[in-house]
Design a protein. Structure first.
Length: 277
């Protein structure tokens, strides 16, 4: 009991000391030293009010056909700009490179390494390397004269279209099957030269051609790795280890084979050779 009463007295004394310490601290904060600046929370009378700009949008009916044509042209331009990244990827060799790199990732049974963003970056810079002469020609014949005011927008578009058309046609020169297919579907006569093939026929033909070539390369890449999977699966079944996933056992052997043959160097070299003619 004595210990309990002593404990109660100690707690009461501690609380009283804390309260008096807080009161003393508050009193000391109120007493500012002489000459100390006083704070002012009032807004000065000479402060200019904030000016909010008045923004108004007026929609008027076009008065002439020229205004209608300008509105349509502006709408088409905005649409093209929104689709520009997709168009740039589809009319270059990026489509082939990205698909083949994704095939090799799946053939090696790799789920997260390398990431898809890394593969797309590799495909982008490989595309930039291959398409650099075409981009340089577009800059020299279209962009620079347009920026200097030597040619108009329509002439610049024609000058920029020509190198891209030549590149797409060069990839399909040995197998113009898709060009003939789209020409027949459009009920157009057989073209004699590249200039006779419209752009709206050339672009989808090139896209299907790139998909076909990329899938052919992917099938060839899959063959040696499928053989490794089949051998490993047969060995596991013969050992009675049917519950063990063959992919986990075959993946190291695939990586060893890919590293020993310098897979990345061999793959990129063959991709460049398939595009550069």
């Amino acid at each position: 009991m004595k210990n309990l009463s002593f404990f109660k007295r100690f707690i009461a004394l501690f609380l009283v000391s804390v309260i008096f310490a807080g009161i003393a601290q508050a009193q000391s904060n109120r007493n500012f030293p002489n000459g100390s600046p006083r704070g002012n929370t009032e807004m000065g009378r000479n402060v200019a009010p904030v000016q909010i700009p008045n923004v108004s949008v007026n929609i008027t009916e076009p008065q002439t056909g020229r205004e209608v044509a300008f509105s349509v042209r502006l709408l088409v331009l905005l649409t093209v700009l929104s689709l520009a990244p997709s168009l740039l990827l589809l009319i270059t060799c990026f489509l082939r490179f990205s698909i083949v790199l994704d095939f090799i990732k799946r053939a090696l049974s790799l789920q997260q390494v390398p990431p898809t963003a890394v593969l797309n970056g590799i495909a982008f810079f490989m595309t930039l390397f291959v398409m650099w002469p075409t981009f340089t020609q577009i800059y020299d014949s279209a962009y620079k004269p347009l920026s200097d005011g030597e040619i108009g927008i329509e002439e610049a578009f024609r000058q920029a279209e020509s190198p891209v058309r030549l590149f797409m046609y060069s990839q399909m020169s040995e197998d113009p099957t898709y060009i003939s297919t789209f020409m027949n579907m459009a009920k157009m006569e057989k073209p004699n030269t590249l200039a006779d093939v419209p752009t709206h026929i050339l672009i989808p033909s090139y896209i299907l051609h790139e998909l076909t070539v990329a899938f052919k390369i992917g099938v060839i890449l899959y063959i040696p790795f499928i053989i490794i999977d089949m051998v490993v699966a047969s060995i596991l079944m013969a050992m009675g280890m049917m519950m063990l996933p063959p992919v986990q056992i075959s993946m190291p052997f695939k990586l060893i084979l890919f590293v020993l043959v310098d897979g990345w160097g061999l793959l990129t070299t063959q991709l460049f050779n398939s595009v550069i003619r």
